[in-house]
Design a protein around this ligand. Structure first.
Ligand SMILES: Nc1ncnc2c1ncn2[C@@H]1O[C@H](COP(=O)(O)OP(=O)(O)OP(=O)(O)O)[C@@H](O)[C@H]1O
Ligand SMILES: [Mg+2]
Length: 217
């Protein structure tokens, strides 16, 4: 696939496929096109050439409504700095994907409470994001990305703002929760150590994606 920003060709060539529950890691230097690739795969940015398929459907052929429903219901996102909504409590932040998908508040909060418990955050449910630590807020971001049991989670440096001990812990919890519910993960990371724990590893160099390692399916 190709992705242009005006005249800039940020993704020149990429071929990647994931099966259910697979964890794929993408490493590569700053500016090589990792985030841009993620946006294409998630249907956030359109590709100029090539296509992205999910569950047999080509994202570029969906209308805006279908695409946003797909992103909301089947995809989850974790960003580098968590990006929680400051005015909502931890449990409300976590429940957000379910609320957006039309679930009732009580049911959404119950499901959020369960995921938060699995990540060791049950006691923080009523707090606001400003009242928890950096590592805790990253865990909340992970909980929010997984609460609606999406098919795929797109994670762009999900532990980028944490020290290495905390990063490892959050990542362990993230991957084990994802694996337990059969959610595939596309993980962008600068950390080769982290990447080595994925089922398949790719590297982005100047807009070109190559496979480093792939587990036999
Ligand atoms: N909105 C934009 N408009 C124009 N150019 C952009 C835009 N976003 C990214 N780029 C360019 O596209 C290229 C790839 O950027 P991208 O953000 O995908 O890199 P990255 O691999 O995620 O880098 P990092 O590791 O620093 O996050 C870079 O040359 C960048 O300058
Ligand atoms: Mg990036």
């Amino acid at each position: 696939m190709d992705l242009f920003y005006g005249e800039t060709l940020a993704v020149k060539s990429a071929r990647i496929s994931l099966r259910r529950g697979e964890v794929a890691a993408i490493t590569g230097q700053s500016g090589s096109g990792k985030s841009s690739l993620l946006y294409c795969l998630a249907g956030v940015l359109p590709v100029a050439r090539g296509e992205v398929r999910f569950d047999g459907r080509v994202l570029g052929e969906l209308d805006d409504q279908e695409l946003s429903a797909l992103r909301r219901e089947r995809f989850g996102f974790v960003f580098q700095y968590g990006e929680l909504l400051p005015e909502l409590t931890i449990e409300e932040n976590t429940a957000l994907p379910l609320r957006l998908a039309g679930h009732r508040k009580a049911a959404a909060l119950t499901a959020a409470g369960e995921v938060l418990s699995r990540l060791g955050l049950a006691d923080l449910r009523q707090r606001r994001p400003s009242q928890v630590s950096g590592g805790q807020s990253q865990r909340v971001a992970v909980a929010r990305a997984l609460v609606h049991q999406p098919a795929v989670v797109f994670a762009d440096e999900p532990t980028g703002s944490l020290d290495s001990a905390n990063a490892t812990a959050v990542l362990d919890e993230f991957l084990s929760l994802a694996r337990s519910q059969g959610t595939a993960v596309i993980l962008v990371t600068h950390d080769v150590q982290v990447a080595s724990r994925a089922d398949s590893q790719y590297v982005m160099r100047d807009g070109v994606l190559s496979v480093l390692a792939r587990e036999a399916a």
